[in-house]
Design a protein around this ligand. Sequence first.
Ligand SMILES: O=C(O)CCC(=O)C(=O)O
Length: 312
Amino acid sequence: MNPFYQIHSTDLTSSSLRDEINTRGYALIRDVLPLQAVNSLLRDVTQMLYAEGWLLPQHDAMERLANMDAACGDPDPAFKRVYQEIFNLELFHALPHHSSLQRVMKMLVGDQLLIHPKPIGRLIFPHCERLVVHAHQDYQFMGGDPQFYTAWIPLHDCPTNVGPLRILEGSHRFGFQSHEKENLHVPQIPPGRELGEGWVGGQVNAGDVLIFHSLTVHAASPNLSKELRLSLDCRFQDSRRVLNPSNVVFAGESGKSWEKTYASWRSDDLKYYWKKMSLTFEPTKPEILRLAETAASPSARAKFARIASQLD
Ligand SMILES: O=C(O)CCC(=O)C(=O)O
């Protein structure tokens, strides 16, 4: 596998960043986020995982040494419960809004930046093949306008054996690629059927940000270490482009809500920030209300009803 193309954040210009993303489909930007900001979130996350017994006792939680007796992942109920606590952390939501990251994303997207409000946290136990995220394009999951970008942010140095993301260079230029869904918890592009120019990868460190286009094929590397791999990924776009409303609401059955997410936050600054922006949803609310009546299955109708009820 070839190494990532990398740019240092201090050498970055809007045109160099746009050129790299247009040509390669990604850019690894070194030293974007101050370590103190990344470490603060890492501390909160690892304290929680330690308290839950996911980390070996008698070791510093920041070492992230996995207690394999607790190994789990999505969709295990034990995982979902702990994940929910991590998702509710104020710093988990604050990191994608960090001014240093916004500066970089505005170079790519322009000043009308929309930061999607639901970052995804990855809590990846080692040596668990079923937890490795396989090849996919984010557009498959987010919908909306394909002109959005993902920032993948490790919360600690991530050498190749700890399972960083890898990227299929140039794959964004092959359009939307077919994902297999049958008998899979998460749709994926079948191995060998991904279209692109060649996989690239390498170590990604705390403070670095790996940015890629919504159509860029990417996958995680296996975590072959003794540590949990902890990262966050978040999406960014021009706020004038359409957005799938499921990116701002909780469409699932679990009863998650923004009220519950915010329950222990100290500051109101980032609560409901996207509601103050003029966003164009696709599908629109009337279309979703219609789907809540007409979708094929009862579970799809219930999902659309939940989405509509959260869109005001
Ligand atoms: O971190 C991972 O394991 C997967 C991340 C991913 O697929 C993404 O950022 O879209």
